[in-house]
Design a protein around this ligand. Sequence first.
Ligand code: VGL
Ligand code: ZN
Length: 248
Amino acid sequence: MKTIQSVAFAIALCCTTSLKAQENTVTISQLSPKETAVILVDLQNDFTECNKGSLAVSGTQADYIKSVAEAVRFFRAKGFFVIATQDWHPKGHISFAQSHGKEKPFTCITLADKREQMLWPVHCVQGSKGAEIVSPLSKLIDCTVRKGTNLQYDSYSGFKDDGGEYTALQKLLVDKKINHLIVFGLAADYCVKETAIDGKTLGWNIFLVADLCRGVNEKTTEDALQEMREKEIHILDFSALKMHAVKE
Ligand code: VGL
Ligand code: ZN
């Protein structure tokens, strides 16, 4: 394992729409390729504007996909293992407004078992075009972890669903002896946030690449960044990570 000098970065986060410019300083050391994986969260047609997705997040036109692809190519060249999470719902999923009669998307309901459930337009239905990983990213990933497959439970986290059932992700990372996770994608305030927080809680060192994320809503995205920062997730932008990697 190569030893790298600790480098402090002053990071200016500035992203379109939801991620407000702010300053942060983080020190990254000893990011070894063998111990580092990239988690590309829910980069699927239905979440993107350029593919006219049913739940398109703002700021996800072709230029966004291009910058994500550039970053993934860079991480691959560094030898990092690249995992994509994929929202993969059965028809009639509990998170679809349509599954609850007249209920409207983007509202919150309380389910019979008292769980709070945010309702969404129908999205990422198993086997549909909308559920596919965006091209050309689909060709740049080493493996895919599906989530939200249980009709009765939503799953923002790539690690486990609202019923507490685990996906293949944790075992995969443990088996590969991964210590560091570089996380980015969609949506910053839902699946990116929950995946990063669960990853941190389960023991991984997390780097959240803020300028490669887009959020559903400005306020909840700001709150998500704050919550992740409080949980000691390193929040930085791609140029900062890149500088670090070049120094290696
Ligand atoms: C997501 C809402 C519903 C996400 C998934 O990927 O953030 N958001 N399903
Ligand atoms: Zn979903």
